[in-house]
Design a protein around this ligand. Structure first.
Ligand SMILES: [Zn+2]
Length: 586
């Protein structure tokens, strides 16, 4: 294996047409070269490993080529092309700003710029990770960028466009590189596999592509790693084992079970998944992704968003026929809810199981056209009637001691408990008269309407004890103690900054001083609500937040603010700042 070259390097594209998944950028560049309207400076933005540096090098090579082809590509045979291909060209200068970001580094580069090239027409300066340049280095570079000599071209590359100062942005032609599509990546991997004499199942390559999140370079190194393990045989099974990916087959099976409300199978499948070493959070998010893919497969106009191999695509199409939108959208909502509550739940396994049952009950409503509104669930030997909407709260309440809680009994008690079923929302594709496309927004509106109706039915079971503001404040203090005991001292502090106010309809308004406090509050709101509702015996309690304007400016958040605050204490700082020429913004 002494001649082993990593695929990412060996298969680095050497012409515009060989760049995978960035055709709009390469064709724009080609057109500019052809019509001789190439900008002087470029900014290539986009995620890592998607071809920014490759494109920069190809551009540099092409504009120096002595006989550019009809198709506006470098000939790869002239002296200039050859020296490029051997990494020996004097026309290209690369600077990695991640490691060379000082003023001196930039000055060295700027000094070179005024010399015209010995061979070829242009000197090209590629500055990678340009956002890493220090503020002073940026300033030193700006003048050169403003008035570059004719023979110099600059290609700046960055993964973080938002960090580039406007004076640079305005002087460059900007190209936004996209993540490479999964199909594009897996096709390219198939090409590499073939060239390397590796047999690879399409599904296996597809998984690698999926796992590398749109970065060609990452997918190639993953491919290399797996190929070296697998003795030139890449199989789907081998890849899921090595990458610890949950077999998509499970999601198909779970969805089938959801559709027929087969709770036994659901619990068994989920148990098997846990036994295989996957956690519930991973599973529920995977299920959400699967349902999303099915949603996308329902209509031709969105089918292109489904990035799956051919064989798998057929399977999605088939399952999508069995799933109505009136199932998929609430099911996705429930997965999302489970995802949000997962972190704070005391019994994570039960939370996922109950979420599966809730989703399953929608599937059931859809097939049976009548809806079970509650289950009997046995928790800690205590039988409970649980309405479909309330299930996650139960999971939340169950203490850690019940880790092995089995949902031993649950059956739909349709005859007694069911409140007259409302008509199920039917948003069938064929049912729509004229428009062929689905409107997701419209579907959501319909579903929300149904949810409101459901809540009306449930309200009779909800607690609604009146309480005075004083009781709320007392309980609020208890909440603070409670969350601190749970180890969430930051939340405790946030809750204690200002006293909350009791508004109409049991809404409690909590004043906060900044948006990061609001964010923390939103994340942990469920825990606080749960506590308040139970203590005050009122399920209508809601929490809203408001930011106190006057407070906002008093707390130093930006560097400028902090500096101003420090100046109050020591005014000499300003003199020092001016002497050093520092800008508090950087
Ligand atoms: Zn050439």
């Amino acid at each position: 294996m002494s001649d082993f070259i990593v695929s990412a390097r060996k298969y680095r594209p050497s012409t515009f047409d060989a760049v995978v998944g960035q055709s709009s950028i390469t064709s724009t560049l080609k057109n500019a070269i052809k019509s001789n309207q190439l900008a002087q400076s470029f900014l290539f933005c986009g995620p890592r490993g998607v071809g920014k540096t490759s494109c920069a090098r190809i551009l540099a090579k092409t504009i120096n080529c002595e006989n550019i082809t009809e198709n506006v590509e470098a000939c790869n045979t002239c002296v200039s092309c050859k020296s490029f291909n051997e990494n020996a060209s004097f026309n290209v200068h690369e600077l990695d700003a991640a490691s060379n970001n000082s003023v001196d580094d930039i000055r060295k580069l700027v000094d070179q710029v005024r010399f015209a090239p010995q061979v070829g027409d242009y000197n090209i300066y590629i500055i990678d990770e340009v956002h890493m340049l220090s503020a002073q280095a940026f300033n030193a570079f700006l003048k050169t960028l403003e008035e570059p000599p004719k023979h110099a071209k600059f290609i700046l590359a960055t993964t973080e466009k938002h960090k580039i100062i406007p004076t640079i942005l305005s002087r460059c032609q900007i190209f936004d590189f996209k993540r490479v599509g999964i199909n594009d990546i897996s096709n390219h991997l198939a090409f590499v596999a073939k060239s390397e004499g590796i047999t690879a199942e399409q599904e296996a390559l597809h998984l690698i592509a999926q796992k590398s999140d749109g970065a060609m370079r990452d997918s190639l190194s993953l491919f290399d790693r797996l190929a070296s393990f697998s003795d030139k045989q890449l199989t789907y099974q081998g890849v899921i084992e090595h990458l610890n990916i949950l077999d998509y087959d499970y999601y198909f099976k779970v969805t089938d079970a959801l559709l027929i409300n087969d709770i036994k199978s659901l619990l068994n499948l989920f148990n098997e998944i846990l036994d295989n070493g996957f956690d519930g959070h991973h599973f529920i998010n995977g299920l959400a992704e699967h349902l999303r893919d099915i949603l996308v497969a329902k209509d031709e106009s969105t089918l292109k968003l489904l990035e799956k191999g051919d064989a798998l695509q057929d399977r999605y199409l088939e399952q999508s026929k069995a799933c109505e939108l009136s199932f998929l959208i609430p099911a996705l909502n429930l997965c999302n809810e489970c995802d949000v509550q997962y972190k704070t739940s005391n019994n994570k396994r039960l939370l996922v199981e109950l979420s599966l049952m809730r989703i399953s009950s929608i599937g059931h409503q859809m097939t049976e056209k009548k809806s079970p509104k509650s289950f009997v669930v046995t928790l800690n030997d205590e039988k409970k009637h649980v309405s479909v909407e309330k299930v996650p709260e139960i999971a939340q309440k169950t203490e850690k001691t019940t880790e092995n809680t089995e949902v031993s009994t649950f059956k739909n008690i349709e005859e007694k408990e069911i409140v007259a079923p409302k008509s199920t929302p039917r948003i069938s594709l064929s049912g729509k008269k004229k428009s062929k496309t689905i409107s997701i927004t419209a579907a959501f509106q319909d579903i929300n309407k149904v949810n409101e109706e459901d809540q009306e039915i449930d309200t009779s079971k909800l607690r609604k004890t009146d309480f005075p503001a004083s009781a709320m404040l007392k309980t609020w203090k208890e909440v603070i103690v409670f969350v601190k005991q749970k180890g969430k001292s930051n939340l405790g502090i946030t809750l204690g900054v200002f006293p909350p106010k009791l508004k109409e309809n049991y809404v409690i308004e909590l004043p906060l001083s900044n948006s990061s406090q609001v964010e923390m509050m939103m994340e942990e709101k469920y825990m606080v609500l749960e506590f308040l509702r139970n203590k005050l015996e009122n399920d209508y309690i809601e929490i809203t937040t408001t930011i106190i304007e006057g407070e906002k400016s008093n707390i130093p958040y930006t560097n400028k603010d902090k500096f101003a605050k420090m100046m109050e204490e020591n005014p000499h700082l300003e003199t020092l700042r001016m002497k050093l020429g520092l800008d508090p913004d950087y």
